[in-house]
Ligand binder design. Structure first.
Ligand SMILES: [Zn+2]
Length: 300
């Protein structure tokens, strides 16, 4: 079977309903197609409403719907009726699943029509006109070209009419198939776009989370660095002091202690300044996004 690439055509809902009705009747029995009209384009339809519209009992309706749900063509939710205490089922037609099923059925139909066409184009058939029975050439040969039922001599069938009919049915079915595939393509395109939007949103949220983590880490590093400076600076000064002390005369012992205090104070001030500066920078970064702002509260 050849599958052509085609431009999307408009499929009227009426056409879809007609094709889906055929499908449902094939799956759930004659006369059940009406259910498509009731469910098409709706969501969570009360089963009592369906029964009323189809003029069937609730059990008859459920039997049809269970058959269809076995193939995933309908889905249901159930809710407990508060007054009566029993469950009521609400049904939804799964349009995409139905169309996929329909697509399969139409492809198979076209294949079998093509088989019929090619056998009509390449083989001979014989007919007994009184009985209106047609047989293959092999079968006719088996019976010496006379009818099994009435012994009438077989006549060669005219294949032109069956060929014409098969060709017409193939083109009709191919047209239906194209409509269904076009509809499916548009449904899939919609869900692709929906998925892409969701992925984009998730990526954005992940990026925001990363930014927050980064800011938190930066803040933590600054705190650690500030703490290190606080404890390390006076020590280094002490060393310097010690070194200079060795060079200097040991007479300045009294002055040393007061000088040390001043140095310590200076160191403390500078550490505070550095810490403040660091904090300001982080605050700027954090205000860029409201989410980051919320997080700042958490670590401030
Ligand atoms: Zn006959």
């Amino acid at each position: 079977m050849k599958r052509k690439i085609f431009k999307r055509k408009f499929v009227s809902p009426l056409m879809q309903v007609k094709l889906l009705k055929d499908l449902v009747e094939e799956m759930a029995g004659e006369g059940t197609g009406l259910i498509v009209e009731i469910l098409f384009g709706k969501k969570d339809v009360n089963e009592f409403l369906i029964a009323k519209k189809m003029n069937l009992t609730i059990n008859q309706v459920r039997n049809i719907l269970y058959k269809l749900s076995a193939d995933g063509l309908v889905s249901f939710i159930r809710k407990k009726d508060k007054r009566k205490g029993w469950y009521i089922y609400y049904w939804t037609l799964k349009t995409e699943k139905c169309l996929v099923k329909l697509e399969d059925a139409l492809i198979r139909k076209i294949e079998s029509l093509n088989d019929v066409l090619s056998s009509r184009e390449t083989k001979r058939f014989y007919i007994c006109k009184p009985c209106d029975i047609e047989v293959t050439e092999e079968k006719a040969l088996e019976h010496g070209f006379t009818c099994e039922e009435c012994a009438e001599v077989y006549e060669l069938s005219d294949n032109s009419e069956p060929i014409k009919q098969a060709k017409a049915r193939i083109s009709r079915t191919e047209r239906d198939l194209k409509l269904i595939q076009g509809e499916l393509e548009s449904i899939r395109e919609k869900s692709r776009k929906k998925r892409a939007r969701a992925e984009k949103k998730a990526a954005k949220e992940a990026a925001e989370k990363r930014a927050i983590k980064k800011a938190v880490r930066a803040e933590a590093r600054k705190k650690v660095a500030a703490a290190k400076k606080k404890s390390a600076k006076p020590k280094s000064k002490k060393k310097v002091k010690k070194a200079s002390k060795k060079k200097a005369a040991k007479k300045k012992v009294v002055k040393k202690s007061s000088k040390k205090k001043v140095a310590k104070k200076k160191a403390k001030k500078s550490v505070k300044k550095v810490a403040k500066k660091g904090k300001k920078k982080v605050v700027k970064k954090v205000r860029k996004s409201s989410l980051l702002g919320k997080m700042r509260k958490a670590f401030s």
